[in-house]
Write a protein that binds this ligand. Structure first.
Ligand code: GAR
Length: 196
């Protein structure tokens, strides 16, 4: 059984999809705890599934490294096999990434390396792209630059708005997240090999 700590910043719809998948006794992963960098709305999903939650806000610390150290100690209590960033909107410092690499994965709403950063959906629309998609990658010290694990593309409908397009991408992301974690858990995807 692959054990996971999930980090979020927002509504947590991907977290919810993972929690629902983990509710099936045949699914080979379990969520141990959910953390956030603020009082994120999505923490409600964790509470409904009786998961431990923690919030570690960067604003409470003098440096990013100090923040990340306390974040790490909250994670290490649970000794997870994997850390999943599901809409976690902070760049983690190198000290944190080095501690866990390659056992942190991130979900991103574009076909990386296209449109990295916090506004991937808006940036794809502004660039006039006719396709986008979702990516799951191993987190390294860059911004959305780590080795890619899975990608799925989709067409962008002409005239579609940012919110609607993001909702369409999230539909793909949820399936991709649940499937990718299943494949990591059963050994079909080996993070060490992808990272090498
Ligand atoms: C997801 O689309 C995820 O890919 C994105 O935030 C959304 C979170 O949605 N992450 C990033 O943009 C990271 N750069 P959710 O809170 O409803 O799961």
């Amino acid at each position: 059984m692959l054990s996971i700590v999930v980090l979020i910043s927002g509504t947590g719809s991907n977290l919810k999809a993972l929690l629902e998948a983990c509710d099936n006794p045949l699914y080979p992963a379990k969520v141990l705890a959910v953390g956030a960098d603020r009082a994120a709305e999505g923490l409600e999903h964790a509470e409904l599934f009786d998961k431990t939650t923690f919030v570690v806000q960067p604003e409470s610390f003098d440096s990013k490294d100090e923040w990340a150290k306390v974040l790490a100690s909250n994670i290490d209590i649970h000794q997870p096999d994997l850390i999943v960033l599901a809409g976690f909107m902070r760049v983690l410092p190198k000290s944190f990434v080095d501690r866990y690499y390659p056992r942190i994965i991130n979900l991103h709403p574009s076909l990386l390396p296209k449109f990295p950063g916090a506004h991937a959906v808006r940036d794809a629309l502004a660039a006039g792209a006719d396709e986008t998609g979702s990516t799951i990658h191993i987190v390294d010290a860059g911004v959305d630059t780590g080795p890619i694990i899975a990608q799925q593309s989709m067409a962008i409908a002409p005239g579609i708005g940012e919110h609607e397009l993001h909702e369409q991408i999230k539909k793909i992301e949820k399936q991709q997240l649940v499937k990718t974690i299943e494949s990591i858990a059963n050994g079909e995807i080996k993070l060490e090999e992808i990272a090498a």
